[in-house]
Write a protein that binds this ligand. Structure first.
Ligand SMILES: Nc1ncnc2c1ncn2[C@@H]1O[C@H](COP(=O)(O)OP(=O)(O)OP(=O)(O)O)[C@@H](O)[C@H]1O
Length: 372
C-alpha cells in the first residue's frame, strides 16, 4: 500500500531524509520513531503529498505521492492541527467532507460513527472551547471523512492524558482491524510497541533499523543474564578476562558483582558466561541461587541505535560516498557497535531494501548481510 524507495529530502544543503526505503502492507500499522530532528515528520509529509522528495519516490495506494489523485486515498493528521475555533466538531467535519465532495448523508453517517467511536462529547461546543484531547480527536475524525485507505498520523497521541492516549491507540488498532493502513510517528516507544506491526527507527535522516519490534530487539538488543549467588563469585578463580563476547571466566570482567540484599548479582551476556559465574561461585564455596533473563526493551535498543552520531548527514555527503557496497554503507549508518552486535546485520542492506522486510527476513538477517 505504501512503497518508499531511496527517498531523499534536502533543505538547502541539509539532508532531512537520506536514502529512506520501506514498504507498508495493506492493513498494517507501521511506526516511525527517532529522536527530534530525525526526519520523521519530513517522511510523513512526503507521504501525505505536502512536500516533494528531492529524489527517490514514495507511492501511496498506487499513486505517486505528488499526484493529487493520491489524496483521495489518504487521511493525514499533522503534528499540530489547528482547527477552526468558531466551528463545532460536527460543522467542522462536515466542512471537510464537503471539500472531499462526500454526499451529505454519507458524510453525516461517517462523522457520527467516528465521533461515537472516539467518545467525543460536546459536539456542538465551539472548537475553541474544547479540551486538547477533544481537539485531537476531532482532527483524527477529520482524517477519516473521505474514508481513506491510508492514514498518516504524526504523533497522534502526543500531549494527551493517559485515558485519551489509550483511546487513540485503541482506535488505531480498530483502523487496522477495518483494513486501513496506518503509518504513524511517535516518541513514546510504549505506544509504538503496543500498536505497531512493524517499525522503522530513524536517526539523523536515515532508517537505522526496520522490522517488527521483536525482530529489532533480537537483532540489535542484547539479552543479559542476572546471576544471583550466595557468595561473591571468586574473582581469583579466573584464568583470563572476558573477551569481546564476555566469555572470560572472571566475573569482574563482566562488569563486577553487586551486593543485592543478602545475595550477589553478576550480570553476564551469555549462558556460557553464566556457567563461568557458577564455577567462580563454587570456587568461593557458594552456589548460584537464581538466574534471571532480561530481554532488552525497545527503549534499550533505541538508545543504543540513536545514541551515537552518524557521519556525513549534511548534504548526504559521506553516506553516498561509501565504497559503493550497499551493505557496508548501511553498516556505517547503523553505527559501529550496533552493527557489530548484530553480526553485521544488514536489515536495510540493499537486498533488504528491495524486499519487504517482514519477520522472516529479519531472522534471515545474517544471510542477507553476507549477500551484501
Ligand atoms: N522546511 C524546512 N527547512 C529547513 N530544514 C527543515 C525543514 N523542515 C525540517 N527541517 C529540518 O529537517 C530535520 C528533520 O526534521 P523533521 O521535522 O522531519 O524531524 P522529526 O524527526 O519529525 O523531529 P521531531 O521529533 O522534533 O518532530 C530537522 O533538522 C529540521 O530542522
Amino acid at each position: 500500500m505504501i512503497e518508499v524507495a531511496g527517498l531523499e529530502k534536502t533543505y538547502g544543503g541539509f539532508a532531512a531524509v537520506v536514502d529512506s526505503t520501506f514498504s507498508v502492507e495493506e492493513g498494517e500499522v507501521f511506526g516511525i520513531v527517532g529522536p527530534n530532528g530525525a526526519g520523521k515528520t519530513t517522511t510523513l509529509k512526503v507521504l501525505a503529498g505536502l512536500i516533494e522528495p528531492t529524489s527517490g519516490e514514495a507511492r501511496v495506494a498506487g499513486y505517486d505521492s505528488t499526484e493529487s489523485a493520491m489524496r483521495h486515498h489518504l487521511g493525514f493528521l499533522p503534528e499540530e492541527s489547528p482547527l477552526y475555533e468558531e466551528m463545532t466538531a460536527t460543522s467542522y467535519l462536515r466542512f471537510f467532507a464537503d471539500l472531499y465532495e462526500v454526499p451529505r448523508s454519507v458524510a453525516d453517517e461517517r462523522i457520527e460513527r467516528a465521533l461515537d467511536r472516539l467518545d467525543l462529547d460536546h459536539r456542538d461546543r465551539r472548537l475553541g472551547d474544547v479540551s486538547k484531547g477533544m481537539k485531537r480527536k476531532v482532527a483524527i475524525a477529520r482524517s477519516l471523512v473521505n474514508d481513506p485507505d491510508v492514514l498518516v498520523y504524526d504523533e497522534p497521541a502526543s500531549g494527551l492524558d493517559p485515558v485519551t492516549t489509550n483511546s487513540v491507540l485503541e482506535f488505531t488498532r480498530e483502523l487496522r482491524a477495518a483494513g486501513k493502513t496506518v503509518v504513524f510517528s511517535a516518541h513514546n516507544l510504549y505506544h509504538v510497541e503496543s500498536v505497531c506491526d512493524r517499525v522503522a527507527v530513524m536517526n539523523e535522516g536515515r532508517i537505522v533499523a526496520r522490522g517488527t519490534v521483536d525482530g529489532i530487539r533480537e537483532r540489535h538488543g542484547e539479552t543479559t543474564y542476572h546471576v544471583y549467588t550466595d557468595v561473591p563469585p571468586e574473582a581469583g578463580a579466573a584464568e583470563d578476562g572476558a573477551d569481546a563476547e564476555g566469555n572470560g571466566t572472571d566475573p569482574e570482567a563482566f562488569g563486577g558483582t553487586e551486593e543485592v540484599g543478602d545475595r550477589y548479582r553478576t550480570v553476564v551476556p551469555s549462558m556460557d558466561a553464566v556457567e563461568r559465574v557458577r564455577t567462580a561461585a563454587s570456587e568461593a564455596g557458594g552456589t548460584v541461587v537464581d538466574i534471571r533473563t532480561r530481554e532488552p526493551s525497545l527503549e534499550d535498543v533505541f538508545l543504543d541505535l540513536v545514541g551515537r552520531p552518524m557521519p556525513g548527514r549534511r548534504g548526504g555527503a559521506g553516506i553516498d560516498e561509501g565504497d559503493g557496497t550497499p551493505g557496508i554503507d548501511e553498516g556505517d549508518a547503523v553505527g559501529g557497535a550496533a552493527a557489530a552486535d548484530a553480526g553485521g546485520d544488514a536489515d536495510t542492506s540493499e537486498a533488504g531494501r528491495r524486499d519487504h522486510d517482514d519477520e522472516r527476513e529479519e531472522r534471515a538477517g545474517a544471510a542477507t548481510s553476507e549477500e551484501a
